[in-house]
Design a protein around this ligand. Structure first.
Ligand SMILES: C[S@@+](CC[C@H](N)C(=O)[O-])C[C@H]1O[C@@H](n2cnc3c(N)ncnc32)[C@H](O)[C@@H]1O
Length: 317
């Protein structure tokens, strides 16, 4: 199979954005381009699709997949947190739609040398952009036990964080070669006191990945930037995969909804609260989850949640 990653909640994404001809769309985590391919077909003629990814190999696959639409697609390597710079480079003023489909892609788990998997006997790396930052095995070797425990607790909500960090450091004292995914998974499993239905290493791997890629900082930056780059009626959709990132998105959208004190059935905002910021209407309160059919055919979708909002009053920067 050429493209391994199956776009999650594709039907829901299309029905949320209702892509139209001439639309200017940002896919901030284009990956292998699955969502983008479905969107770009619907924004012809006159539409523009901007795609961003930190991972150059995913970006190359997206470029190949979208090559018949090359004249309307512009791709950038980098973080969606810097979307404002990419908007300017593309000579655009604002977006009608922004999608962020957070986290890693199937490629990161399957491809050799990426170090995301707890099944592989290769050093844990976990960087989306392999040319920047510090690979996870180096951080684990150099960081003090307290820092490792803090990261696992904070970003993985792992109750056994202290025990896991202790065992990681002990294992590295005994054998200093770069820690592999398989070895890390065994260490975590031996340190866990509680059993879960998921692999015992899931939370620890999630936490390390979030930390190594500064994922939550980029998410905050991307949400703040995107809300100021969407036109009136524009829509922002975010697919989250765990409660920590989901809380951030929920809180941010609500924060921008509450800035307006007008009754919600007012078609336009007339209060002064909204002078300096965009205002949004949150879509479907708690967002939307994948159907049971999708989860059974694509288990990677099981923890996905699509949250969205629509701009009631734009504040383009
Ligand atoms: C879940 S996948 C997206 C899959 C994509 N929607 C598709 O249909 O193929 C997430 C992608 O986001 C990328 N990524 C993660 N953090 C990023 C960031 N801060 N900025 C840009 N891309 C990021 C990853 O490299 C990965 O390719």
């Amino acid at each position: 199979m050429k493209y391994l990653h199956r776009p999650v909640m594709l039907e829901e994404v299309l029905s949320f954005f209702k892509p139209f001809s001439g639309m200017t769309f940002l896919d901030g985590t284009i990956g292998e381009g699955g969502h983008s391919e479905a969107i770009v077909e619907k924004i012809i003629p006159g539409g523009t699709l901007i795609g961003i990814d930190r991972d150059s190999s995913n970006l190359a696959r997206a470029s190949e997949r979208l090559k018949s639409y090359a004249s309307m697609v512009k791709l950038f390597q980098g973080s969606y947190g810097s979307m404002k710079d990419f908007l300017k480079s593309a000579g655009l003023k604002g977006f009608d739609g922004i999608l962020l489909d957070l986290g890693f892609s199937t490629r990161h788990i399957f491809d050799a040398g990426r170090g995301f998997s707890f099944m592989k006997d290769e050093p844990v790396d976990m960087r989306y952009d392999s040319s920047a930052g510090v690979p996870a095995h180096r951080w684990l070797a150099e960081a003090p036990e307290d820092e490792i425990a803090g990261v696992i607790r904070e970003f993985g909500e792992e109750r056994d964080a202290r025990r896991i960090a202790k065992r990681i450091k002990k294992s590295l004292e005994e054998e200093s070669s770069p820690i592999t995914g398989l070895r890390l998974a065994k260490i975590v499993s031996s340190a866990k006191r509680t059993k879960t239905s998921k692999n015992p290493a899931t939370k620890t791997f999630q936490a390390i990945r979030i930390f190594i890629n500064r994922e939550l900082e980029e998410l905050e930056k991307g949400l703040n930037a995107g809300l100021h780059l969407l036109v009136e009626g524009g829509r922002f959709g975010v697919i989250t995969y765990h409660s920590t990132e989901d809380r951030i998105v929920k809180k941010k959208f609500r924060e921008y909804e509450r800035r307006c004190t007008c009754p919600t059935d007012f078609p336009v905002c007339i209060c002064n609260e909204s002078e300096k910021t965009p205002l949004v209407s949150v879509w479907k309160g708690s967002g939307s989850s994948p159907s049971s059919e999708e989860i059974s055919s694509n288990p990677s979708a099981r923890s996905a949640r699509l949250r969205g909002c629509e701009i009631r009053k734009a504040f383009l920067e």
